[in-house]
Write a protein that binds this ligand. Structure first.
Ligand SMILES: [Zn+2]
Length: 201
């Protein structure tokens, strides 16, 4: 697996120095076949083993939300795959990452327009942002109900802010490269309680 670190992420607007957002993707041309089950978690483990998490990393998953986290340092991890690209992110805030190859998906985009009650025609970039938001908000194990969240009209590229649920603003980032949309969304900070504490770094 030939992995490159995403450059140009900069610092998300809402994060302080403890943020520590990092993301990686496979090099273009890698993983050319259809995505295989478990590849995202395999890539997370590879990065953890190569020193990208903490001294004694351990990958765990929240049963209810499906969100991945390191039970040692409590950083959140997210993974996504599309034909030709695997991508993962690590952050001290709940993070969702999504990659979507640019293919013609009119039915899926019509469904996205209905579900988000969009007044515009969503693109594959919108799809990636929607999936990343849904993961960051801890809902990856269920389908959204119509009107449950909305999308920014023009996601653009780089960092943006949007109140997907109509109240809480989240930072999102979108990159369009190699025929792939790559989106990152940072969820609201987790409650400080029990083992779900904010990591130190
Ligand atoms: Zn860790």
């Amino acid at each position: 697996m030939d992995i490159v670190k995403l450059s140009g992420l900069g610092r998300p607007p809402a994060m302080d120095r403890r943020g520590g957002l990092q993301a990686w993707r496979t090099r273009a041309g890698e993983e050319a076949g259809p995505p295989r089950m478990g590849e995202g978690r395999r890539m997370i483990r590879l990065l953890q083993k190569s020193g990208q998490c903490c001294l004694s990393p351990a990958l765990d998953t929240e049963g209810e939300t499906g969100q991945n986290f390191c039970s040692s340092c409590l950083a959140w991890w997210s993974a996504s795959h599309t034909p030709g690209c695997l991508a993962v992110a690590r952050c001290s805030l709940p993070v969702g990452i999504d990659v979507q190859r640019h293919v013609h998906r009119p039915a899926a985009l019509r469904w996205l327009a209905r579900t988000t009650e969009a007044t515009f025609q969503p693109s594959i970039g919108h799809w990636a942002v929607a999936e990343a938001y849904w993961k960051a908000s801890g809902n990856a194990r269920r389908r959204p109900a119509p009107g449950e969240f909305g999308l920014p009209r023009v996601p653009g590229t780089g960092w943006g802010k949007h109140a997907f649920d109509g109240t809480t603003e989240c930072d999102y980032w979108l990159q369009e490269v190699d025929g792939i949309s790559l989106a990152l969304v940072l969820g609201p900070a987790p409650a400080i309680e029990g083992r779900r504490r904010s990591p130190i770094h």
